[in-house]
Design a binder for this molecule. Structure first.
Ligand SMILES: C[S@@+](CC[C@H](N)C(=O)[O-])C[C@H]1O[C@@H](n2cnc3c(N)ncnc32)[C@H](O)[C@@H]1O
Length: 400
């Protein structure tokens, strides 16, 4: 159902060529590559603060993580498009913070081409790794006619800026931009909390919220700050907390939250909010994942979209699936986050098939959810909301 989001063979070819050109080594023809992927994955999950020498890990980033992660930005874009919240002009001004090889910007370029959005992306790519920026440039060049990605991406006009994000005023870096991406980078910034202890979190979160608010302040009106992080407890809860502080500062958080109230998944330490696309790894990455001991079912991540604009109250008939679907004896359990909190909904098998919800689905109900537990069909009707199946080839009308 989501398989059309996988990168085509051209991406694998280009990734290999760029690896040889910029890093002097193939990743496809190297038996040791999976060990490198395993090592970087371990750093991501256990020692995020130790990823100092980004270039050392660039080959794993380029040959595995980027190709895996390209679709992660899609559900947020589907949602924003349907709600008319994406930029309106024909030249979208994007800043990609810690752009690396360009995963999120390239994800946007693919999405825009598939949905026939008549736009060019002007992407300011910021990173402290010159090699990563060179690789991103290699992909971006192929989006321009007669490049090999021309049919799959809208054109990217790339502006590279080699810099340390923590050494320059953020407002100067993103001024006038309509979309700012922060893909898997917020928790690499030393000044922000990542795996730091809860005790030290407060001050550093304030600092992060101030930094993001400064960025939004300098962006175009209606601008979107889109952060994606690994679906780990610490990184996800960081985004959840950031969301609360950002709402207090008067910004809108349209996605993934269906409301602007306190985040119910912060109440218990053991919960965290993340999404999971029901998508297996692309075929060519599976042997690498197998050898590296990584899973290849389900593409999980945490996401937060902040909008420069008045906070808009949530719709009481919308909710986000933040837990499940959990198949159990005789039923499937759905944990739904909505304006009044968190409700556990039981969908009994005998009441019919559960729609193909996935963690992160936005759903619609026929009446507001309430209380700790409800029963689907009998107490409340639940239907698909937005971004349920990975919207395929629709052309999105320019919003009025
Ligand atoms: C995990 S990679 C993510 C790359 C890309 N955004 C993606 O989604 O695939 C993090 C990137 O952030 C960059 N980075 C980390 N800290 C940075 C800093 N202080 N200034 C500039 N770039 C930074 C690294 O060089 C690296 O390319």
């Amino acid at each position: 159902m989501w398989e059309h989001l996988h990168p085509s063979d051209v991406w694998f070819e280009l990734s290999e060529e760029l690896s040889v050109k910029h890093l002097g080594r193939s990743w496809r023809k190297d038996a040791g590559f999976s060990a490198e992927v395993a090592a970087l994955s371990k750093l991501y999950t256990q020692r995020r603060d130790a990823i100092e020498e980004a270039e050392r890990w660039l080959r794993a980033q380029l040959g595995f993580f980027m190709l895996r992660d390209l679709p992660k930005v899609e559900p947020a874009l589907d949602f924003l498009a349907v709600r008319g919240l994406l930029p309106r002009g024909s030249r979208w001004r994007v800043a990609d913070l810690g752009a690396g090889c360009g995963t999120l910007s390239l994800g946007l370029a693919r999405w825009a081409r598939r949905h026939k959005v008549p736009c060019v992306l002007e992407v300011l790519a910021l990173d402290r790794s010159a090699k990563a920026l060179g690789i991103f440039e290699g992909f971006a060049r192929e989006t321009q006619p007669p490049g090999r990605l021309e049919k799959e991406c809208v054109p990217i006009v790339l502006i590279k800026k080699l810099c340390d994000l923590e050494m320059e005023p953020i407002e100067a870096l993103v001024r006038g931009r309509e979309i700012v991406f922060a893909g898997f980078v917020l928790n690499e910034l030393r000044a922000f909390p990542s795996l730091s202890s809860e005790a030290r979190l407060g001050d550093r979160l304030e600092h992060a919220a101030e930094w993001v608010a400064c960025a939004l302040g300098a962006m175009a009106d209606g601008g979107l700050f889109i952060a994606i992080e690994p679906a780990l407890r610490e990184t996800s809860r960081f985004l959840q907390r950031l969301r609360g502080l950002i709402i207090e500062k008067g910004f809108d958080v349209p996605y993934p939250c269906a409301h602007l109230g306190p985040c119910p998944l912060l109440e218990r330490e053991r919960d965290w909010c993340h999404a999971e696309l029901p998508l297996k790894l692309p075929e060519p990455l599976r042997p690498i994942a197998r050898q590296a001991g990584l899973r290849f079912e389900g593409l999980s991540h945490s996401v937060l979209v902040i909008r420069k604009g008045e906070p808009r109250p949530g719709d009481p008939l919308e909710a986000t699936l933040v837990g499940g679907p959990i198949p159990m004896k005789g039923k499937v359990e759905l944990h739904l986050c909505h304006a009044k909190g968190l409700t556990r909904v039981d969908w009994l098998w005998r009441d019919g098939d559960v729609p193909p919800f996935h963690r992160g689905s936005r759903v619609r109900t026929n009446r507001p959810l309430e209380g700790q537990r409800m029963r689907a069909v009998r107490d409340v009707q639940i239907g698909p909301g937005i971004a349920l199946e990975g919207i395929k080839d629709d052309t999105f009308e320019a919003p009025p």
